[in-house]
Design a protein around this ligand. Sequence first.
Ligand SMILES: [Zn+2]
Ligand SMILES: [Zn+2]
Length: 335
Amino acid sequence: MQALTILRPNEATLTDKPNPQPGEGEVAIDIAFVGYCGSDLTSYRGLNPLVSYPRVPGHEISGTIAALGAGVEAMTIGTPVTVLPYFNCGTCRACRSGRPNACPNNQTMGVQREGAMTSRIVVPAEKVIPVAGISQRDLALVEPCAVGFHAVRRAELTSGETVVVLGCGMIGLGVILGALRQGAKVIAVDLSDAKLDVAKKLGAHEVINASGDVKARVAELTGEGPDVVVEAVGAEATFLQAVDLVATAGRVVYIGYAKAPIAYDTKYFITKELDIRGSRNALRSDFDDVIDELRKRPEAGDLIVTRTATLAEAPEALATWHERPGDFTKILVRF
Ligand SMILES: [Zn+2]
Ligand SMILES: [Zn+2]
């Protein structure tokens, strides 16, 4: 079988791999779609410190069960599935306290271990989530949406509250879907009118182009400021803007991954008595919430997916994303 392999920075190609067979407790999955994650692009660019080369990327996965290893029961060949792509240690403080998404020993498929950008994968049965009533395309969107849903969980956002979402890329759109599901009022901010248009169509109540006076517009819309700000860009300006925009006694959730240290005027933390939280990866319960939401909203995927490439086109699609990152929200590879 063939796999998309990042051989070294800026070089991705198709390579031949042996067809994997499931061992005891494992499940083989014939891949239907795999999405390119921003972390895959970072790996392609040689900027991901967690990656060694060569590496098969991909952890946004859909497919069907192809074979069962010994001892795997209660699963049926042919069932559509998505996959929990995180391999946590199970013994550290985070794992013991129900937060395996934050495990410091975590290995994510396509990052610290081989990913799913290949015709068939084998994973432990407990990583497999059988799903009915949702398309294979949408199953590949579950993981990136779940990362956004997890940020909403971390924000403890409730019905009637207002959230400002900084950044309307894939993760920001997941935050918007999750916030709407909670019954919150959503104000979406981005530099791209095209991305704001997608946010609006997904249901964001207000959109603000970040090239204007965001603070003044947010004040117009909210009076005392939003209850919650979620940062989904990873840039210095938006990290700082989050604590500036949020209401007194509000919550800030950081999900964007800044690549360099950022200097804060820390007085806001105290004078506003802020709750400032990080959000990393997602929990199984976030996956379940996304599946429920996408089942109700089959049109959401039409808005999120920018391009669907074949495996033969996959190296070129990654190179094109690298050259024009602003043009794509989500690229899927279809097998
Ligand atoms: Zn990802
Ligand atoms: Zn752990």
